[in-house]
Design a protein around this ligand. Structure first.
Ligand SMILES: [Ca+2]
Ligand SMILES: [Ca+2]
Ligand SMILES: [Ca+2]
Length: 475
């Protein structure tokens, strides 16, 4: 008996030794393959950190300008033939960009510099220096319009502004949860609306750190002011005289089926088929449009494909198409009413785009309803980049994206390497999961060899009392 069981134990040991070795080799091979794939991505991926890395765009009518902000900031303008007409990366981040009226090749933008050294305008770094500047994309000439320092870096950026006239701008001021009109000559604030006067501080983001995250402001032709409170998931309408008009509010706190941490809503008035709002529904990974019907907002259009990840701008163009920045999908696309991508350029992390000579944002565009737009969601974008491996990695990325909360996926891509697209995200996911599984297996083997088993906190049978005998071991 003893001899037999000794042989049996030896056999088990050999068998488990082979199994372990095979598992180790398999894990190592998977990690090496993922590493090779990621290294290839690092070498061949697009990065717009330098002008030389910016890809050409397909030809289109008019100039296209786009800003970027993440690890580095850029403003890039494409000529109609698709060549890069202008490039600048001297600020830390670039956000809003608007055409300048009556100057077809000049744009006005908001950019931010992070100040790391103590100075007269920054007592305890890091601080933010928000600037408004104008750039002539044909001559390259840059003119500073306004500089404003803020005492902190986090959630102190200006993400949008509107020019009212030659001496006045309206600012979306994230640091103080307000929008205000500023006389750029005198520096005097002439009007302000603060979100704290209408919204409870226990809703939205953490107060006072990044509570409302006001990321967009628009001046409507009828005199109202439209404001995007990202962290409240709401687009609100303000009458400068009487304040918030709650009956017009689009979305609700936490109502993520309507919109989830949206960016860049554009208002389309009645004379162009509205009232409607076209908006980037960022955390839901889609762009959408709502039409005002009988005092309610009704969704009339939504668009996404399997690549779209954290879009942050959507402009309805006068030609009927929609220009979309897909930040973590790393591209700028133009979609037609049938839902087809008709123009596309790869970028590192686009924030906002303008097709200049077509008016600011959706100024010349008509509503999705009046243009007969067809909704489309979850369509194929053409895989990960053509190759079989890229397509397979992109498929795996989609599975992982489906399992993780969108905010987690977006945070990983935002802080991840700039070349990390959808296929690379898939490869990195496999590597992390393999590493975790391997680590867990090694830990378990090491404990077992020391005679330490471990129990799951769930036991089969009716009694879990001591001496019951049946141990459920973690497998
Ligand atoms: Ca603007
Ligand atoms: Ca827009
Ligand atoms: Ca835009």
């Amino acid at each position: 008996m003893n001899e037999r069981s000794g042989v049996g134990e030896a056999f088990d040991r050999v068998r488990s030794g082979i199994t372990r070795r095979r598992l180790r080799v398999a894990c190592l091979v998977v990690l090496l393959l993922c590493g090779a794939y990621l290294a290839y991505g690092a070498m061949t991926g697009i990065t717009t950190a330098t002008e030389a890395g910016v890809p050409e765009a397909p030809p289109t009518e008019n100039h296209t300008v786009v800003t970027e902000s993440a690890k580095f900031g850029t403003i890039i303008a494409y000529a109609p033939d698709g060549s890069v007409a202008y490039y600048n990366n001297s600020h830390t981040k670039y956000f809003d960009v608007d055409p300048v009226e009556n100057e077809s090749l000049t744009v006005e933008y908001v950019a931010v510099d992070t100040i790391h050294t103590e100075g007269p305008n920054c007592a305890s770094p890091p601080c933010s220096r928000n600037v408004i500047e104008r750039a002539n994309i044909s001559t390259g000439e840059v003119e500073r319009v306004l500089t404003r320092y803020d005492h902190r870096e986090n959630a102190a950026e200006w993400h949008d502004h509107v020019r009212v006239d030659e001496d006045h701008v309206v600012i979306a001021d994230m640091a103080d949860n307000q929008v205000f009109m500023l006389d750029t000559e005198t520096g005097v604030r002439e009007w302000a609306w603060n979100a704290q006067s209408d919204f409870p501080v226990d809703e939205g983001g953490p107060y006072p750190g990044d509570w409302a995250h006001i990321n967009d402001v628009s001046m409507l032709d009828d005199g109202r002011v439209m404001v995007s409170l990202r962290n409240q998931d709401q687009v609100v309408f303000i009458d400068p005289e009487t304040g918030l008009d709650e009956s017009w509010t689009l979305g609700a706190e936490g109502a993520h089926d309507i919109q989830y941490e949206q960016h860049n809503p554009d208002y389309i008035p009645e004379e162009r088929g509205g009232p409607a709002v076209v908006v980037a529904d960022s955390e839901n990974g889609r762009v959408e449009e709502f039409q005002r019907e009988d005092g309610e907002w009704v969704r009339t259009w939504e668009w996404s494909d399997d690549r779209m990840q954290w879009p942050r701008d959507a402009d309805r163009l006068p030609n009927g198409n929609t220009l979309i920045t897909d930040t973590n999908g790393k591209r700028l696309i133009e979609v037609n009413p049938e839902g087809e991508i008709v123009w596309e350029v790869e970028l590192s992390h686009p924030y906002e785009a303008e097709r200049i000579e077509t008016g600011d944002e959706s100024a010349g565009g008509h509503s999705a309803q009046s243009l007969g737009y067809e909704s489309r969601t979850g369509g194929e974008s053409g895989g990960g980049g053509g190759s079989l491996a890229a397509d397979a990695m992109a498929e795996i990325a989609d599975v992982v994206r489906g399992l993780l909360p969108s905010r987690v996926t977006n945070a990983i891509i935002y802080i991840g390497p700039v070349w990390m697209g959808r296929p690379e995200f898939g490869a990195a996911s496999i590597a992390v999961l393999t590493g975790l599984a391997w680590g867990a297996a090694e830990t378990r083997w090491a404990l077992r060899s020391r005679g330490i088993g471990f129990r799951l906190p769930v036991y089969r049978g009716e009694s879990a009392g001591e001496g019951d005998g049946e141990e459920t071991e973690a497998e």
